[in-house]
Every structure is written in C-alpha cells, then in structure tokens.
Design a protein around this ligand. Structure first.
Ligand SMILES: [Mn+2]
Length: 311
C-alpha cells in the first residue's frame, strides 16, 4: 500500500524531481552493505562484519569443481553469528571417492568454519546425502563442531524449526500422488525406505541415488518437482508439531508458507550462492551473495575513475 502511494506521489504532473528517481523499494541490508574494499583489513582496523543470530548454509559440495567455495569464504568472512547451521552436502564425499579434488579455497572454507567455532559460534553440522558418511558420527563433536542427524532450532520469537537436509523425503516426493490413497502409514514407510535403499546401495559400493539430481536431469518441469518437494517437507514438519522447517538439498532457496508451517530452504553454493539468516528479532531472510557481487561490480563500473594528479 505504502509503495503504491509513493508511486502516485512521484507521478504528479509538474514534479520537479528527475524521472530517474523513482520510488524503489528499500534495498535489503545485505545488498546495501559497504564495499568489500571498505573492510579495513589493510589499515589495521577490524573488518566490518554483519551480525546475525543464526546463519544456515547447505549444499556447498566441497570437493567438486562446481563448488563456489571462494564466494562462500567471502560470505563467511563478512558475517558473524551466534549459531551456524551447516545443513548438509557441505563436503561431497561421493565425488571425493571418485577422485581427490581439494583446491585451496575449499580448505579455507573448512578453516573459516573451524575458526568461527573456536571464537564462540555454535556450529552444528547436519549431514546430507553427499556427506552421509558423517551420519555415523551423529551426536559427536569434532573441533567444536557438533554433528547431528537433525535439530530443532528455536528462533528469537519462539518458533520451533525442524532443521534437516531434506534427502529423507526423496522417495516420498516420487510417490507423492499415491500418498493421498495410502495414508500416513505408507508415508512413514516411504520415509524409512529411502534410508534403507541408500543404506543398501552404500554397502554395495553404489553412490547415493539422488532424486533431486535425477529429476533435474530428466524432468523438464523442475518447478513442479520443487513445489512438490516443498509441500512434502512442510507436511512432515506439521507431523512433528513444529512451526517451520529449514532444509536444503534441492538447491532452491525459498521462504514459503504452507498453512501453519513456514518452509525455509537455504539454497546452495553450486548453482546459486544463497544463505538463510535469522535476525536478532527472529525475522528470517534469504541472502543472495552472487547478486550482491553483481551489484558491487555494477557500482564499481559506475564509480568515476580516480584522476591522475601530477607533480
Ligand atoms: Mn542433498
């Protein structure tokens, strides 16, 4: 409403303001941040960091050439938080087994996370299907990083959010249409079957069968798949009697309401470069770090070149 009103005001006849100054919606804080070279590291000042209550990242796929590790490193260095959730597929164990690929930025990401843990950030690692080897260590702690199968995060405004990678729902998404006829018993069975199928594949030395990857390759209508996945995850959250769910897995950042349940997906650092953050008051937001990069690039191009001073 306020936006409409503003547009109306600017459209007034004889308005002396230049037409280029349209009433644009306010930029999100993460886009309006100072330039990276304003970090002040060179002249000894501590780099300016934005603080959030919680940061959620997933699907980094370290150990693969597709991982935007340098971008994530840049993101981590620009932020502070009380709790950092690593929501699965951080290290791609399946790819690493095929051939070792571990460039410096991948190492730097691991070091940055360990450093955060050392300096008081609570770091919780919830393994996904590509780093499911870590699932055997759930409940243990390594270098200040807690490994958990899943967690319930309580936001500053008291909402309980189930935090889970999301691959657990692959089979349910596949057989979604049947569910309407089969009911909750079959649903629970399907949830368990995914783990069982992939447990067997693992024993046989076969890689994880990812429905998400499979569907993206075969199905033209990925939108329908994503929307079905979101629905199924929200349904599972409702059964767990929480107010929302945070997941990753399908590489598609989103905040969406399904009845009483808020569905959050923190996206990925392969296809996009997104994270989910919780502000001090419990408000949640998706940060698009690649978009911020693009904006800074544009701003740098528009900035006048420094004039050469002689003498
Ligand atoms: Mn995954």
């Amino acid at each position: 409403m306020a936006e409409m009103h503003a547009v109306k005001t600017f459209a007034r006849v004889g308005d002396p303001r230049p037409s280029s100054r349209r009433a644009a919606p306010p930029l999100p804080a993460w886009l309006a941040l100072p330039d990276r070279d304003d970090g002040g590291e060179e002249d000894g000042r501590a780099p300016r960091r934005t603080r959030y209550r919680t940061i959620f990242v997933s699907d980094v796929h370290l150990g693969t050439s597709g991982s935007n590790a340098a971008m994530l490193l840049d993101f981590l260095k620009a932020h502070e938080c009380d709790t950092l959730y690593l929501v699965g597929d951080i290290v791609d164990g399946w790819q690493l087994r095929k051939g070792w690929y571990w460039p410096q930025p991948h190492n730097d990401v691991v070091r940055a996370v360990l450093k955060m843990a050392k300096h008081g950030t609570r770091v919780i690692y919830i393994p996904g299907n590509h780093d499911e080897h870590f699932r055997d260590y759930a409940g243990l702690e390594f270098g200040g990083i807690e490994l958990l199968d899943e967690d319930v995060h309580v936001t500053a405004d008291g909402r309980r959010l189930l935090v889970i990678h999301g691959d657990q729902f692959d089979n349910v998404v596949l057989y979604h249409k049947w569910l309407a006829f089969l009911g909750d018993g079959a649903y629970t069975l399907l949830l368990k079957s995914n783990g069982l199928v992939n447990w067997c594949r693992r024993r046989l030395g076969l890689p994880y069968w990812s429905l998400a990857a499979h569907m993206k390759k075969r199905v033209k209508n990925a939108v329908a798949f994503i929307s079905r996945f979101e629905e199924v995850v929200a349904h599972a959250a409702a059964e767990r009697r929480v107010e929302g769910v945070v997941c990753g897995h399908i590489h598609s950042a989103e905040i969406r309401q399904f009845g009483e349940i808020t569905y959050y997906n923190d996206g990925d650092w392969v296809e996009s470069c997104t994270a989910l953050v919780e502000h001090g008051d419990g408000r949640m937001e998706i940060i698009d770090w690649a978009e911020r990069d693009r904006q800074q690039e544009l701003a740098a191009r528009e900035r006048p070149r420094p004039t050469l001073v002689t003498g």
